[in-house]
Each structure stands twice: as structure tokens, then as C-alpha cells.
Design a protein around this ligand. Structure first.
Ligand code: ARG
Length: 261
């Protein structure tokens, strides 16, 4: 069931790439919320946000590395086919910064269940954009999170030209795994849920790979999640499911070091 959803998302991303950023599949005619339930981010508000050409999001981990979802990439190895767009909220802006990929590192052992993270190395470093540090402990794995992306603003809707943002509350693994929500589908150790019980605000198709983040004790942004999957978008009792970054922090750091930082 959950694997089916992940594969569907990948197919949607492929369609998005093929149509150069426009996805207009007929949806489940459910969501009338308007990232769903979001508002426009302002230019420079989230300098680390990355749009990837296969129709995913990402976050600038270092000047040459983008952290995204494993389900957004095909595997580990040389890959010069991805374009990363950064530094703008408007994807059509002439001020956008773009880089081609030269290598992709997908989480070892990724099989569509959990471990939904990957690093994309850019062909040359980006300057002038703040990176987003990842959470190294579980200290920030609760509270209120910010989500952002150029994905669909309604379930089944089209990809967005302007970056949208929203905030969503943490949902505990116990609640998220309860029978009214995901009924045991959540991998508690390495997935984290966020959203309102009533729905209305969520990430959606095309936001995958993008960061979920919050302020740390020094008021700096820290990444706690990676957009992974959900049942539809913004449905009641179906929070968004995110890769729990803190669980993979040391593995991600080692992989980043092996890629040259
Ligand atoms: N897997 C989706 C993608 O490829 C993201 C789904 C997020 N869904 C949600 N309800 N939070 O873009």
C-alpha cells in the first residue's frame, strides 16, 4: 500500500519532468485547500530551497550538495542529467541560479520503504546561498515545522511557479500509526509525521525531497525532515510523512564527506 503510493509519486515526478514542470493530472477531486494550504514565500526567506528538474524539491546541504529524497533519484552513480534551480522563489526569474548534477548518492539499502534520502552533487559550487544544517539529535523532532516547495497546491493540482510555504504541527509516531491514521505503516524509527488532524495544510506531489525545518535554540533553521509520502494531500487524519533526518544524520554526514563535502 505505502509502496504503491511511493511509486505513484515517482511516476508523477517523471511526468512533471517530461512536461517541463507542468503536472495536470486529474486529482481525486477531494482537496479544495490551497505546498497545500500555503502562502507565498518571500524572496530570500528560505535561501537553501532547491527545485530539481525531475520534479522534486531539495535543500542545499553544502555549496555542492543537495539533500533530497531517495525516491526522487534512480540510484547511486554518475548522473549529469539533473538540473538544480536555486536562489529564487520564482522559477521563471532571470536571477535564478542553476547547476547540473554530476553524481547521485542514494541511501544504501533503499527499497521504497523508509531510508528516503539521497545526496545530489552539483558540478560546481554555489556561492551566496545559505545552506540548511541537518538535525543531529532528536532535540528538534517535535513542535511546529515549516514546509516549503513548488509542488502541487491541491491534491492532483499542477506544479507551482512560486515557492509556497506553510507550517504544520508534529504528530507523534503513536498517533500517526493509530488505526484512524496510518495504521502501523509508519516506520517509527526513521519517519516523522506532521500535519493537522483536520487536514488542509500539507506537502504534496512535487514537494518530495524538500526539507521540513524549524528554528533551533539559537533561532537558526535546522532540517528535521525530508518530504517523503502521504495518503493524498492535506486529507483529514492523513498527515505528511517525512524522513526523520536526525536518525540518518551521521550516515548523511559520512556520505557527504565521501562526496567531497
Ligand atoms: N511523494 C510525493 C512527491 O513525490 C510527496 C508526497 C507528500 N505527500 C503528503 N501528503 N505530504 O512529491
Amino acid at each position: 500500500m505505502r509502496r504503491w503510493r511511493t511509486l505513484l509519486a515517482t511516476a508523477a515526478a517523471a511526468i512533471t519532468a517530461a512536461t517541463m514542470g507542468v503536472l495536470a493530472a486529474p486529482g481525486a477531486a477531494h482537496a479544495d485547500a490551497n505546498v497545500v494550504g500555503g502562502t507565498r514565500a518571500t524572496q530570500g526567506e528560505f535561501p537553501f530551497m532547491v527545485r530539481l528538474s525531475m520534479g522534486c524539491g531539495g535543500a542545499l546541504y553544502s555549496p555542492t550538495l543537495v539533500l533530497t529524497a531517495a525516491h526522487c533519484v534512480n540510484g547511486t552513480g554518475t548522473n549529469t542529467s539533473i538540473t538544480a534551480t536555486m536562489g529564487v522563489v520564482d522559477l521563471n526569474s532571470t536571477s535564478k541560479i542553476t547547476r547540473k548534477s554530476n553524481y547521485v548518492y542514494r541511501a544504501p539499502g533503499y527499497n521504497g520503504n523508509g531510508k528516503d534520502w539521497a545526496l545530489i552533487r552539483l558540478a560546481s559550487p554555489v556561492t551566496g546561498l545559505a545552506t540548511l544544517p541537518i538535525a543531529k539529535t532528536t532535540a528538534y523532532d517535535s513542535g511546529t515545522f515549516t514546509i516549503a516547495g513548488w509542488g502541487a497546491a491541491t491534491e492532483g493540482g499542477s506544479q507551482q511557479r512560486y515557492l509556497l510555504k506553510a507550517t504544520v504541527p508534529f504528530v507523534s509516531d503513536t498517533t500517526c500509526n493509530s488505526s484512524s491514521m496510518y495504521n502501523g505503516e509508519i516506520i517509527a524509527s526513521n519517519e516523522i509525521c506532521a500535519g493537522y488532524t483536520s487536514g488542509g495544510t500539507d506537502t504534496c506531489q512535487g514537494d518530495s525531497g524538500g526539507p521540513m525545518f524549524r528554528r533551533d535554540s539559537a533561532n537558526a533553521w535546522v532540517q528535521v525532515g525530508i518530504v517523503s509520502w502521504g495518503d493524498g494531500c492535506a486529507r483529514p487524519n492523513k498527515p505528511g510523512v517525512y524522513t526523520q533526518v536526525s536518525y540518518f544524520a551521521s550516515t548523511i554526514a559520512s556520505a557527504a564527506a565521501s562526496l567531497g563535502g
